[in-house]
Design a protein around this ligand. Sequence first.
Ligand code: E4P
Length: 220
Amino acid sequence: MRFFLDTANLEELKTGARWGLVDGVTTNPTLIAREGVPVEEQIRKICDIINGDISAEVVATDTDGMLAEGRPLSRIHKNVVVKVPLTRDGIRACSILSGEGIRVNVTLCFSAGQAILAAKAGAYFVSPFVGRIDDTGWHGMELIRDILAIYKNYGFATQVLAASLRHSVHVMEAAKASAHVGTMPFKVLDGLFNHPLTDKGLEQFLKDYEKAFHGAPVVR
Ligand code: E4P
């Protein structure tokens, strides 16, 4: 599973890049607004940090407006994927942009039926929101499994980008389901490192080594 960071924060992206773990980035209007920098400028900076698919979302709600925003967004950098919402206008925009060779991420997907529409419209990614479905008292991960099964039945090329992942278990379950991509906030990526037995084991190794060799280096 490819790991995307769901953030527009440059420091978080730099840290993720230093770890060598970030295969791409998803942004949305909320995340861009949080950084307070215009979309085009921020996406350009993100493309300088991460060499992978970078989703940049339109804010227009009608097809013509989405096309007018999506086309220039796609020209910012070859890695930009234009993100449109899963609405009637968004699906129409997806068909047109995909027909022009522009890669589209159809976002705000909450049902397998919606995911079929995205695939039929030629989406490059569909983004089902796992955590937000969990918030409604349902099983978000079931949606990931259902979409993957349906896409496999018909050989759809659209990749399933498991979004709204809120914790390590979401990441592991999305990977178990074979989602193509998991996008997660920085704190979720950071949390994947943690295990108390790793900390305890390391502490014991260092203590035992120090007792025997009194600070001598491993190699000279
Ligand atoms: C996906 O592309 C969205 O930006 C994101 O995953 C939404 O996550 P949230 O529900 O935690 O806001």
